[in-house]
Design a protein. Structure first.
Length: 101
């Protein structure tokens, strides 16, 4: 499974605003602050909503610090998805001074 840090994510988002970024935190965590382009599909419902995740592009996953998104990435990779985990997660994103919604 591939991983990148938040600085690499910021650069990718600047180049490709249509990049698929999934925040796997719970809805209350997501509402409290998230990367603007991120859609929220909580880890607990990924299997039920997997049809919402495109198979034809690389998809990126973020959570609070990278643990939950790493677990999601591992599972999705087993299902044949091309996935990238964001190391450090939203916490590192915020601490690095990047904007949140």
């Amino acid at each position: 499974m591939q991983s990148i840090d938040v600085r690499q994510l910021a650069a990718l988002l600047a180049e490709n605003p249509d990049l698929v970024l999934v925040d796997v935190r719970n809805p209350d965590e997501y509402v409290a602050g998230h990367v603007g382009q991120a859609i929220n599909i909580p880890m607990s419902v990924i299997p039920a909503r997997v049809n919402e995740i495109p198979r034809d592009v690389t998809t990126y996953y973020i959570c609070g610090v990278g643990a939950r998104s790493g677990q999601v990435c591992a599972w999705l990779a087993e299902q044949g998805y091309d996935v990238v985990n964001i190391d450090g997660g939203t916490m590192d994103w915020v601490q690095s001074g990047f904007p949140v919604v």
